[in-house]
Design a binder for this molecule. Structure first.
Ligand SMILES: CC(C)(COP(=O)(O)OP(=O)(O)OC[C@H]1O[C@@H](n2cnc3c(N)ncnc32)[C@H](O)[C@@H]1OP(=O)(O)O)[C@@H](O)C(=O)NCCC(=O)NCCS
Length: 167
């Protein structure tokens, strides 16, 4: 059985292991540790199966700044499921659980850079991010989900990733 819960410091070594296995490199695990160390952790959940961690999702605060106002958004990155546990709905369950938690914490939107075939299943869309200025090549991989409906509509905001992203 899979259960989802907030991550705690005792999970950090196992989270590093999952990230390194899922991405087959160390950079995402390094990024998460730098984000935590800098206080850029908005929400972090894990999926547990039989006493072992199977998945992890991390959000950092991402202000979206325009002259008129700053939208309080969160960046979803990274999301990882251990290869032995993929395609069982764990990644989706982590996303589903985190969305209302972020809304409850006052976040107005979520932004993600990822595969549109995957993230559009959860309500993310390139259209919702279309008025934003961001550091990535144009295309459908940069997506947003409004938690406050309409908050990104025609909003000419610049996304400000936390420094550990190196953007
Ligand atoms: C992406 C990832 C988190 C998905 O987790 P998961 O628990 O396996 O996903 P779910 O079970 O919720 O969903 C599985 C579905 O997503 C699809 N999917 C998984 N990764 C995908 C990708 N990168 N692009 C498009 N579709 C993808 C699968 O094909 C599957 O489709 P199906 O339902 O039609 O069979 C996981 O595969 C992973 O950790 N991958 C390596 C790290 C990574 O790429 N993370 C994303 C960074 S943005």
């Amino acid at each position: 059985m899979i259960s989802l819960r907030p991550a705690s410091p005792e999970d950090y070594p196992e989270i590093r292991y999952i990230l390194e296995r899922a991405f087959d490199q160390r950079s995402e695990a390094d990024l998460v540790e730098q984000l935590r160390a800098g206080g850029f952790d908005a929400l972090e959940l894990v999926a547990e199966s039989g006493g072992c961690l199977a998945g992890h999702i991390f959000y950092s605060p991402l202000p979206i700044e325009a002259p008129s106002r700053t939208v309080r958004a969160a960046a979803l990155a990274p999301l990882a499921v251990h290869p032995d546990f993929q395609r069982r709905g764990i990644g989706g369950a982590l996303i589903h659980m985190s969305i209302p938690m972020l809304a409850h914490s006052g976040f107005e939107a979520i932004v993600v850079l990822g595969h549109p075939d995957y993230y559009t299943r959860f309500g993310f869309s390139p259209d919702a991010a279309s008025s934003l200025r961001h550091p990535f090549p144009p295309g459908p991989h940069f997506m947003a989900l409004e938690l406050d409906p309409g908050v990104l509509e025609n909003f000419p905001g610049q996304v400000r990733y936390p420094p550990p992203f190196g953007l």
